[in-house]
Design a binder for this molecule. Structure first.
Ligand code: SAH
Ligand code: SF4
Ligand code: F3S
Length: 476
């Protein structure tokens, strides 16, 4: 492993460069806007996880600093940014086909700028693919080069030559980039970037680089500002938050960070994701149990219930160790909402291995699971294995997994009927505009009738009906 550092910050002269290009682009854009008689518009499209959502809020923040107004459709935009994901084949296919659809927009408007960034294009073969097959894409940068966005956009706009930003020698943390938050009550806060775990199926360590943590003082400053602005739900992000600050010599860890953030005043809840079971510490669980600022929600991805599969996945825990962590969490916080991730059809997974996964679902009784069919990722060890599970077997197991979990989810939701829960309201439901939706502290979805103006507020909802995926109730 690399030597520990004092911090992993992008050097100030490079950040100055970013801000200089941003200002130049702003000047250019204000001239263009004057000519057009309207503002310059940017559209940011995001694939993938919350970490990517958080990065996109920075991309939008930088776009705003460069004089763009944000719009919600690509058709109106002068600048389109696509922030891609590589975690499964489906995510890459979706991104590529969407980029494909932008070809006709470019044909209609040659001045349109199209940038592609994120995890997918941090892979050499995908960069080459964009270079060759998507000639209308103007510039590309990977996950280590977010802060180079203004420079690339400016250079491409002024000089016209397509730009493929090379990967940085060292992945660092850029502080001070503007953030254009999507919501005024739920916020993402990245506390660290990258991953050192190299689970054998996973592309993330290859496309996000090694772990580097932000300084506690920077995170505290950001959360204090969010609390002051009235944010109610603040989610700390990292691929494995449990290894927060282990890359530095700061002398604090994730549990210390949570304890410190819990001291910030305001009516908000702290969430975090994701936590790797191999180092979810008792210290962290104790800090959670002692602080009611920390949401009673633990997302602890188990991936499989088979010790053989877990070992081949390079997860560094076995079923017994996982169950012991869960036991301790439940002992300290009986009202905890537990969720997990499961992969079905990992290479070499037998029927018995799969049955052990069903078994662990029944033992732990998660409130909810996020389940995925294994997708081979180029360059990862698992993708090289010859014992790939047949597609038909994978989907059959996937269906059985869902059926088992649906029953458990429903059983776990039924006791809420008749109880009152506090919910953070998200406004009108996406599928039924007569209902509002909201989420409990444990992230359970609740539907109820009410005024749109309740969005962003905490409400008390008396539950009168439960389904596997949602609770229904009445505002009191
Ligand atoms: N860092 C997080 C996970 C990030 S990826 C953690 O370790 O928990 C989110 C989820 O995607 C993983 O938990 C895993 O269940 C799933 N996943 C990752 N790679 C995958 C692959 N190649 N095929 C299918 N699912 C995958
Ligand atoms: Fe992927 Fe494992 Fe890292 Fe999570 S911990 S991002 S699953 S390598
Ligand atoms: Fe996808 Fe990258 Fe997240 S691969 S899941 S966007 S870290």
């Amino acid at each position: 492993m690399s030597e520990k550092r004092i911090n992993s910050l992008v050097p100030p002269e490079i950040m100055r460069n970013t801000f200089e290009f941003s200002n130049k682009m702003r000047t250019l854009n204000s001239e263009r806007a004057e000519k057009k008689g309207r503002a310059m518009y940017a559209f940011v499209l995001t694939f993938g996880c919350q970490q990517n959502e958080a990065d996109s809020e920075k991309i939008a923040g930088m776009a705003r600093a460069m004089g763009y107004d944000m719009v919600s459709t690509p058709e109106e935009a002068d600048l389109i940014m696509v922030n891609t994901c590589a975690v499964r084949e489906h995510a890459e296919k979706k991104a590529l086909s969407t980029i494909g659809q932008f070809k006709h927009l470019k044909a209609k408007n040659p001045e349109l700028m199209i940038g592609v960034c994120g995890c997918m294009v941090t892979q050499e073969h995908r960069r080459d693919e964009i270079k060759m097959r998507y000639p209308y894409v103007d510039f590309i940068f990977g996950t280590s080069s977010l802060h180079r966005f203004p420079e690339l956009l400016y250079e491409k706009t002024v000089k016209g030559k397509r730009l493929f930003c090379p990967e940085e020698d060292e992945y660092l943390v850029a502080e001070g980039l503007g953030i254009n938050r999507e919501s005024s009550y739920r916020a993402w806060v990245s506390i660290m970037y990258g991953c050192n775990n190299f689970c054998s199926y996973c592309i993330v360590p290859y496309v996000r680089g090694r772990e580097r943590s932000r300084l506690m003082e920077d995170i505290v400053g950001e959360v204090e500002a969010l609390a002051k602005d009235g944010y109610k739900d603040i989610t700390l992000l990292g691929q494995n938050v449990n290894s927060y600050a282990k890359d530095s010599d700061q002398g604090y860890d994730f549990a210390d960070l949570m304890a410190r953030l819990s001291m910030i005043e305001g009516d908000f809840k702290l969430h975090f994701m994701t936590s790797h079971p191999k180092d979810a510490s008792k210290k962290l669980i104790d800090v959670m149990a002692e602080n009611d600022k920390i949401a009673r929600h633990f997302h602890l991805p188990v991936q499989s219930g088979s010790d053989k599969v877990l070992s081949e996945m390079n997860r560094h825990y076995n079923k017994a160790q996982y169950l012991e962590t869960v036991r301790y969490i439940k002992e300290k916080m009986p009202d905890i909402t537990l969720t997990t991730d499961i992969i079905v059809g990992f290479p070499g997974e037998t029927e018995e291995d799969f049955e052990q996964t069903l078994e662990i679902l029944k033992e732990v009784r998660f409130d909810m699971i996020f389940s995925f069919i294994y997708s081979p990722r180029k360059g990862t060890p698992a993708a090289e294995r010859i014992e790939q599970v047949d597609e038909k077997v994978k989907s059959e197991r996937f269906a059985r997994l869902l059926a088992t979990q649906n029953e458990i989810s429903l059983e776990k939701n039924l006791p809420f009927v008749g109880k009152t829960v506090r919910v953070l309201c998200d406004g009108p439901s996406k599928n039924n505009d007569e209902l509002l939706s909201g989420r409990t502290e444990g992230n359970k979805i609740v539907f109820f009738a009410g005024e749109k103006s309740n969005e962003g507020k905490y409400l008390n909802i008396k539950i009168d009906r439960a389904e596997a995926f949602a609770l229904y109730g009445e505002k009191i």
